[in-house]
Design a binder for this molecule. Sequence first.
Ligand code: ADE
Length: 539
Amino acid sequence: MELLRFSVFCCGAVLFGIVLLPVETNTSMIAIKQLCRFCDLQATTCLGKGICKVDCDITSICPDDNDVCVSIWRKKDNNITFETVCHNPANPLYGLYLDDYNNTKCIMKEKKAKDSKFFICSCSKEEECNDNIIFNPHSQVGPVILVSLLPLLVIAIFVITSFYCYRIYSQQGNPRKKGKPLDNTDKHPIIDNEGSDSSSTHANNLNHNTELLPIELDVLVGKGRFAEVYKAKLKQGSSVREEHGFETVAVKIFQFEEYASWKNEKDIFSDADLRHENVLHFLTAEERKGQRQYWLITAYHPLGNLQEYLTNHIISWHDLWLLGSSLARVVAHLHSDRTSCSRFKVPIAHRDIKSSNILVKKDMTCCLCDFGLALRLDNSLSVDELANSGQVGTARYMAPEVLESRINLENIESFKQADVYSMALVLWEIISRCSAIGEVKEYKPPFGNLREHPCVESMKDSVLRDRGRPEIPNSWTSHAGIQMVCGSIEECWDHDPEARLTAHCIAERFDDVEYLDKLSDCSDSEEKMLEEIIVVDEK
Ligand code: ADE
C-alpha cells in the first residue's frame, strides 16, 4: 500500500515537473493540488496536548483538486494513533463534515466518539499543513499569561509585605505615634490644625475604603438645618489617628434625605485650595449606607462656636483683634482668585456667615465652618444653580439685596458683597462683648429685638423698609482700634452692595491697627526716652 502511494507521489511529482513547469508563467490559471502528509493510521506518542508532529514521512499530492489535508488523533484504551489523509470536504469523513479546512494550520477539535477519544483537524493552502498539530490553543494562553505575570505578582507581594511591615514598625517603634489613652483626648485631638500636617492625605477625600473609620460618637455639640454635629473619638488602630495623631474629631451627620447638602459641603472641602488655618480642617467624608447617613469628619474645636463663646465670655481688645482679623482674612481667602502662593484658585462664596458657623480656636482666632450652602464662583455655574441661588442663608444675616431676591446673579462679586454684609454683623457681635467698649451688656445677636429665628418678611421690615442696622453706641468709639472697626463695619453693611468694602480691605485695616497698637505698647520708659530725645533735639 505504502509502496503504491509512494509511486503515486513520484509519478505525480514527475508529472508536476513535466506538465506544470513549462507553463510556469501562467500558474495562476492552474489549480495546484494540495500536498499533505498521508500515512493513514500509525501509532504515536503524542498525548493530545500542546503541539505534536505526526511522524509521517510520506507526503502525497492529493488526488482530487478539492482535497484538503486531514489529521485524526484517537485514543482507545492505551492505544494512541494518528491518521493522516487527503479528503474532499464536500464529503463526510467518519460521518463528520470538515468545517475548518480553510485554516492554514491544523488545529484539533475534539468530536464525540463511541468508545475512544477522538480529535480531528483539517487545513489547506500550506504544504503538509497536517504535519504540525495543535491541540487546544487556548489552553496555551493560560500558562503563558501566568508565567509572564509571575514577576509582577512577586513584586506586588513584596511591596505589600514591606508596606505592612513598615506600618507595624512605625506604630510600634515611633513613640510619638503610639496610641494614647482615650481619656486624654483633649490633649491630642485633631483639635485645630496646629501641629498637624494640613497636607494630610486624608483631607479632601471621600473615604472610599469599604472599611469606615472606627469612630465612637460622644456628645451632640451642634445642630443645624441639615445635620447634627457630634464630638467623637477615633478608636485605636485607625490610620488617621495613628498617622496624624488625631484622637478627637467632630462628626457632622446628615440623614439620607440631606444628601445634597452633604455632597455640596464635601465637594467644597475637596478643593485643596480652600485649606487655610482659619477654615475647619476636613478629614474625610463617608457614606454610611447601613445607617442611611452621610458623614463629614473634621477637626474638633473644644471652645465651641463664636455665638456660644460670646454668650459666655467677655473678651479683651486683643481677643477682638485676633477674632476680627482672622475672620476678615479667612473670608478674603475664600473670595480670592489667588492662593497665598499666587496660583489661580476658584473664589468661593460662603453664603451663610454667622457667629454660629464660626468656631473659636484655642489661639482665639476664628475657624469658619458649615460650607453646606457655599458656592464655587467659577464658569461652571449652571443656569439652574444660579437660578436657585437667589435667596439662601439665614434671614437674620441676609443682606438687603438677598432679602429682596435682587442679587445680581450675573456678577460673582455680588455673592462676595452679600458675605461681607453678614461678616459686618458678626464683627458687630464681637465688639458688643469686648471690655474695651466700656459697659458690656449681655450677649444679643444682631437685630436681637426680633424673635429667635426671624423670617425673611420681618427682616425685610427691619433692614429694607426701616433701613435698620444694629446700634453702634458713641461709647464704643472711644477706643481707637474699635473706632476703626466700627467705621469699617458701617461701610460693610451699606445698603448699596457696590459701596461695601472687600474682606481683603478689612483684613488690611486690622493689620494697620495692629501696627498702631504695637507703637502704643512701647513701655512708658521708652516713651519718656523718646520724648527726652525730642526735647534735647529741639533745644
Ligand atoms: N460644632 C460644630 N462643629 C464643631 C467642631 N468641628 N468642633 C466643635 N464644635 C463644633
